[in-house]
Design a protein around this ligand. Structure first.
Ligand code: NAD
Length: 478
C-alpha cells in the first residue's frame, strides 16, 4: 500500500521519492456512526435539500470558484499523494471545477415530466434525494473521481460521506474544507478515512447509508454490490477495464499510433479506460507495431514535476510490484517483451516507484495478460484478420468499459462501434471523457452511468405525484 498505519493515522507516501506526503486520521467505527448521524441531521435540518435549485447551484458554483483559485496547491498535493505528473494533476483540478460548474447548471435547469393522465388528475414526477449517500473512490485520480460523485450527489440534495482510497487520502479533506468555506452546510459533506476492508465494509453495510456510489476494482465492486443487494439500496459501480484499441489498415497511422501510445501510457496506464490491448489489422501489423515501439521508447519517464515529463512513477511501491508480477507472468505465458518490463536505470529515479512503458506481443487473446487488468503501463499487441475476427477477440473479456477505433471508413466505424461491448466508443480519437457525457461500463465494468444529466439522476429517486381534479367524490372501489 501507498500508506502505512501508524496508530490511528494513514500516512501517504510520495511514490516519486518514498517520502511522506502527509497523514490523516483514520475513522473508527464509533466515529463512522457519529458521521452518519451528523449527515442525517444535516440532511433533515440544514435546509440544503429544500433550497430552491438556483440557490443550491450558487453554492456549487462557489465551490468551483474556490477549487479554481486553489488549483496549484491542489494539483501539487495530488502529485505528491499519487505521483501523477503535475500537468495531469492540474487537468484533474480543472475537471473537478468543471464538474461543480456543470452540476450547478444542471441543478437549476433539470426538468421533470408531466405524464399523460388517464383520468381526472394531473400527474407529474419530482426528484427526491436518497438522503445519505456513500461515495467511495480509488487512488488513481482522487480529486477528479471525488468531484464526479460529490457534485451531482449534492446537487440532488443528498448528504455525502466521501471515502477516498487509503492510498491517496489527502485530497478529499481539502474538497470538504473548500465546500464548507463556499457555504455548504456543516455535515453535508464529510470524509471517512481508512482501509477498504474495515471502514469501507462498515460504510457500505451501515444502515444509515441509503445509496452507494463506487469507483474501483471489479472484485471490490462485486463485494459492494452484494452488500447493497442485502440491504436493498441502490448502487452505482464504475469498475475496471481491458479496453481494446483498434487500428484498421485504412487508418491515419500517425494519429492512430500517437493515440494508442497516449491511450495506454498516459497516467502510467493507471486509468480505467487505458487502451491496454491494441488490435492491429494483419497486413499492417509489423509496421504499426514498430511505430508504436519507437514512440513508446521515446516516452520521457521522469519526476512528476520535471518539465516535459510524460510518465511519472506508479502510484505506490506495492502497485509497482503488482505490475511487475503481471509482466513476469506474461513471459511465462509465452509473451515476447518488446520494450520496458522493469524500472528505469536512471539513478535520479531510484528512490521512486517508476516502471518503464512496456509492450508485449505473441500472446493469444485468451492469455491472462490479455484478459486481466494490469492498471499499469503494459500494452498487449494482437493482430486481427477481419472485422468478424476483431469483434470476437475484442469482446472476448469480462470487461466492457471503453474502446478506440481508427479507420477512415465511417460505415465500418459505425458497424464496429455498435458491435463492440463498451460503454464509451472513441472513433478516431481516444480517452475523451467529459462531465457532460454519460460514462460507465458494460458487463463486469460496471452498473449505472455517471456524468451528464444521468449523473444527477443517479443520486435522486423519482416520485410520481397525482393531483385529483374531479368535481365529484371518487366512487367506492368495488
Ligand atoms: P479498489 O477496489 O481496491 O478500491 C477502491 C476504493 O474502495 C478504495 O477507497 C478502497 O478503500 C475501497 N474499498 C476496498 N474494499 C472495500 C470494501 N470491501 N468495501 C468498501 N470499500 C472498499 O480499487 P483501487 O485499487 O483503489 O483502484 C483501481 C481500480 O479502480 C481499477 O480496477 C480501475 O480500473 C478502477 N477504476 C475505475 C474507474 C471507472 O470509472 N470505471 C475509474 C478509476 C479507477
Amino acid at each position: 500500500m501507498n500508506t502505512s498505519s501508524v496508530a490511528e493515522e494513514l500516512v501517504s507516501i510520495n511514490p516519486a521519492n518514498g517520502e511522506e506526503a502527509g497523514r490523516v486520521p483514520v475513522t473508527d467505527p464509533d466515529a463512522l456512526d457519529a458521521a452518519v448521524d451528523r449527515a442525517w441531521r444535516a440532511f433533515r435540518d440544514s435546509g440544503w435539500k429544500d433550497l430552491l435549485p438556483h440557490r443550491r447551484a450558487a453554492v456549487l458554483r462557489a465551490i468551483a470558484e474556490r477549487l479554481a483559485a486553489e488549483k496549484e496547491p491542489l494539483a501539487t498535493l495530488q502529485m505528491r499523494d499519487n505521483g501523477k505528473p503535475l500537468s495531469e494533476c492540474r487537468g484533474m483540478v480543472d475537471y473537478a471545477v468543471g464538474a461543480f460548474q456543470y452540476y450547478a447548471s444542471a441543478c437549476e435547469t433539470l426538468e421533470t415530466d408531466v405524464t399523460p393522465s388517464r383520468g381526472e388528475y394531473l400527474s407529474f414526477t419530482v426528484l427526491e434525494p436518497h438522503g445519505v449517500v456513500a461515495a467511495i473512490t480509488p487512488w488513481n485520480s482522487p480529486i477528479m473521481n471525488d468531484a464526479t460523485k460529490v457534485a451531482p450527489a449534492l446537487a440532488a440534495g443528498n448528504a455525502v460521506l466521501l471515502k477516498p482510497s487509503e492510498d491517496s487520502p489527502l485530497l478529499a479533506p481539502q474538497l470538504m474544507r473548500i465546500a464548507l468555506e463556499a457555504g455548504l452546510p456543516e455535515g453535508m459533506l464529510q470524509v471517512v478515512q481508512g482501509r477498504g476492508a474495515d471502514i469501507g465494509t462498515a460504510l457500505v453495510g451501515h444502515s444509515g447509508v441509503r445509496m452507494i456510489s463506487f469507483t474501483g476494482g471489479t472484485t471490490t465492486g462485486r463485494a459492494i454490490g452484494r452488500a447493497a443487494a442485502d440491504r436493498i439500496v441502490p448502487v452505482a459501480l464504475e469498475l475496471g477495464g481491458k479496453s481494446p484499441h483498434v487500428v484498421f489498415a485504412d487508418a491515419n497511422r500517425e494519429h492512430a499510433v500517437a493515440a494508442v501510445v497516449a491511450g495506454i501510457f498516459g497516467s502510467a496506464g493507471q486509468s480505467c479506460v487505458a487502451g491496454s490491448r491494441v488490435f492491429i489489422e494483419q497486413g499492417i501489423y509489423a509496421p504499426v507495431l514498430d511505430a508504436i515501439l519507437e514512440r513508446t521508447k521515446a516516452i520521457r519517464v521522469d519526476m512528476p514535476d520535471a518539465p516535459g515529463v510524460e510518465m511519472g512513477p506508479l502510484s505506490s511501491f506495492h502497485h509497482r510490484e503488482r505490475v511487475d508480477a503481471f509482466v513476469r507472468r506474461a513471459g511465462q505465458e509465452g509473451g515476447r517483451l518488446l520494450c520496458g518490463g522493469g524500472a528505469p536505470e536512471d539513478p535520479r529515479l531510484g528512490r521512486g516507484a517508476f516502471y518503464l512503458p512496456t509492450v508485449i506481443d505473441g500472446l493469444g487473446p485468451g492469455a491472462a495478460t490479455c484478459q486481466e487488468e494490469a492498471f499499469g503501463p503494459v500494452l498487449a499487441a494482437l493482430p486481427f484478420r477481419d472485422e468478424k475476427d476483431l469483434i470476437a477477440q475484442a469482446n472476448g473479456t469480462a470487461f466492457g468499459l471503453a474502446c478506440g477505433i481508427w479507420t477512415e471508413s465511417f460505415k465500418r466505424a459505425w458497424r464496429v462501434g455498435r458491435a463492440l461491448e463498451a460503454g464509451s466508443v472513441w472513433i478516431n480519437t481516444y480517452k475523451q471523457s467529459v462531465t457532460s457525457t454519460p460514462f460507465g461500463g458494460f458487463k463486469s465494468s460496471g452498473i449505472g452511468r455517471e456524468k451528464g444529466l444521468n449523473g444527477l439522476r443517479l443520486y435522486a429517486q423519482v416520485k410520481s405525484m397525482y393531483f385529483g381534479l374531479q368535481e365529484t367524490p371518487l366512487p367506492v372501489a368495488k
